[in-house]
Design a protein around this ligand. Structure first.
Ligand code: AMP
Ligand code: MN
Ligand code: MN
Length: 331
């Protein structure tokens, strides 16, 4: 690992103008990793810019440093000599930002998805890391001085990708790193307040509608629910409003696989998959054209109506559950 980090450091040291790109439908880790890496490179005297090709949820904008992230339009016509893609398992994940890559292929990929396709020239993907921002922190240590702003920004990705330090991906190394970031001035309570306590009344009403759709199958091992475009439209919301809803399904006792379908924009369905049993949802998502982690993954469909998307994914999940526990399913 140290060798690979050294190679990435050497490649970045030789760069002058660096573009750092995160994925569409950005989460805390994509935001944290892209903004923090761009700011670190600026501290090393480089010209560095960060791009997320999508709207950034407003609650992330409260975190200092996030404001450096720009959209695709602002970066057209800027010619980086080096490009880095972070927290993305495939080129598709950066959507329209792919057009900003001069060679069509990123020079460096920094990621932690087991489903990573190795789409960069230099690929550093380590699924043992619970967040890409931890990889960026390792890259920074002993190379770039970290102040409390950078520590806070890096802690954002680590906290959000670990469900605030409660997922199975959390080990002693994760908590040590989090402790170091807190010692440097990262404010965990501030991140939790910004990210977890921002629900509007309309979003709460959307949750109520989604709960009305919850269906259990396979003796309660599979729970799924949906948010339709009509529900979102009637409340004046978009797909970001259903962020976190899949957690409500996973919280059900006895559930092993939880699935949330969000139809937005109309004509597209985003599928969020969560597992708390033996089913590897990254593998399940990969079969459906997506990817992710063993316990949190996703995929998207374009042009497939919501009922068909539900049928396709739930059938695949039921088959995965049956493969996972054939004896208990018979009994
Ligand atoms: P989400 O359910 O949208 O929060 O996504 C959970 C995880 O699944 C993310 O952290 C991504 O790693 C991955 N993921 C979500 N959507 C996709 C997709 N369309 N393609 C590949 N990976 C995805
Ligand atoms: Mn992510
Ligand atoms: Mn991540």
């Amino acid at each position: 690992m140290d060798d690979r980090l050294a190679r990435v450091r050497a490649r970045l040291s030789a760069a002058q103008k660096v573009l750092v790109v995160g994925h569409v439908r950005p989460d805390g880790d994509a935001i944290s990793s892209s903004a923090a890496l761009a700011l670190m490179l600026r501290r090393l005297g480089k010209e560095a810019r960060a791009c997320i090709p999508d709207r950034i949820p407003c609650y992330f904008r409260e975190i200092p440093g996030v404001e450096v992230i720009e959209g695709v339009d602002a970066l057209r016509g800027w010619h980086p000599d080096t490009t880095v893609v972070v927290d993305s398992g495939s080129l598709e994940r950066i959507g329209p930002a792919a057009e900003l890559l001069p060679t069509g292929k990123p020079d460096i990929v920094l990621d932690h998805h087991a489903t990573n396709t190795g789409f960069g020239v230099l690929n550093l993907c380590d699924p043992s890391y619970p967040a890409t921002s931890l990889l960026i922190y390792r890259l920074a240590k002993g190379w770039v001085p970290l102040d409390r702003h950078l520590a806070h920004l890096l802690l954002l990705g680590l906290a959000t990708d670990t469900g605030f330090f409660k997922y199975a991906s959390v080990d002693a190394r994760t908590l040590h790193a989090a402790g170091e970031l807190v010692a440097l001035g990262g404010d965990l309570a501030g991140i939790a307040a910004a990210v977890l306590e921002h629900r509007s009344l309309a979003e709460l009403k959307l949750l109520q509608k989604m709960l009305g759709t919850v269906t259990l199958e396979a003796e309660g091992k599979l729970a799924w629910g949906y948010v339709s475009a009509d529900m979102l439209r009637s409340l004046g919301l978009d797909q970001q409003a259903s962020e976190g809803f899949v957690g409500e399904l996973r919280n059900l006792r006895g559930v092993e696989v939880a699935i949330l379908f969000t139809e937005w924009p109309p004509g597209e369905v985003h599928v969020s998959l969560r597992s708390k049993g033996g089913v590897d949802v990254a593998e399940l998502a990969a079969r459906l054209g997506g990817g992710g982690h063993p316990r949190a993954a996703g995929c998207s469909f374009r042009g497939l109506p919501l009922p068909q998307a539900i049928a396709r994914v739930t059938q695949a999940a039921l088959a995965a559950l049956a493969r996972e526990s054939p004896r208990s399913r018979q009994g």
